[in-house]
Design a protein around this ligand. Structure first.
Ligand SMILES: [Zn+2]
Length: 185
């Protein structure tokens, strides 16, 4: 069910449809406005966010636009690079109120997370689903999840909390987590 995108050379005259060999669709609601995880397979840590928005859907990646911008700049402030990490979302399309769509996304996320020694739960939904707790009480801390018993798991506020004045909380948590993660590399 992976989407294979073949990027054509400039000026060639392949039809647009030829670029998409196998479009991914949600098996519950049928939408093809989906995102895939973002980042190289060589990374050790996976950030799990809640859901994609318009910018992400447009790019087909789990993070794009303002969320990608915040993470790029905050990680580089901590002397890291966004290229050292991978990113995914629980919902693989814009939330539509259908819990089955969310559960399909969650199952896929667990599958993805299994490939990483470290995961970082970002924000409310990821934290509630993986550890059944409120993220605010575990911000910056290491936790355990029955879904991933062998994985190092951390909790961090969602990057968008920066817009609501949560800069301090976000930076503190991310800084603590990055320190722990660096020790594992
Ligand atoms: Zn769906």
């Amino acid at each position: 069910m992976r989407k294979s995108v073949i990027i054509g050379e400039k000026g060639n005259n392949m039809a647009w449809d030829d670029f998409f060999e196998d479009e991914i669709k949600c098996s519950e609601c049928g939408t093809s406005d989906m995102v895939e995880s973002y980042g190289s397979g060589d990374t050790f840590a996976l950030f799990i966010l809640d859901y994609p928005e318009k910018d992400e859907i447009r790019s087909g990646k789990a993070i794009a636009g303002s969320v990608e911008g915040i993470l790029k700049s905050e990680i580089s402030k901590l002397r890291g690079s966004i290229r050292d990490y991978s990113f995914t979302t629980i919902w693989k399309h814009i939330p539509n109120g259908n819990e089955k769509c969310r559960d399909i996304g969650f199952a896929k996320t667990i599958e993805e997370a299994n490939k990483f020694p470290i995961i970082i739960l970002m924000g409310k939904l990821a934290t509630e689903l993986f550890i059944n707790q409120k993220y605010k009480e575990f911000s910056g801390l290491q936790v355990t999840s029955l879904y991933l018993p062998d994985t190092k798991i951390f909790v961090c506020p969602h990057p968008k909390t920066l817009f609501g004045g949560g800069v301090g909380e976000f930076r503190l948590a991310l800084g603590k987590i990055m320190n722990e993660v660096k020790e594992c590399f």
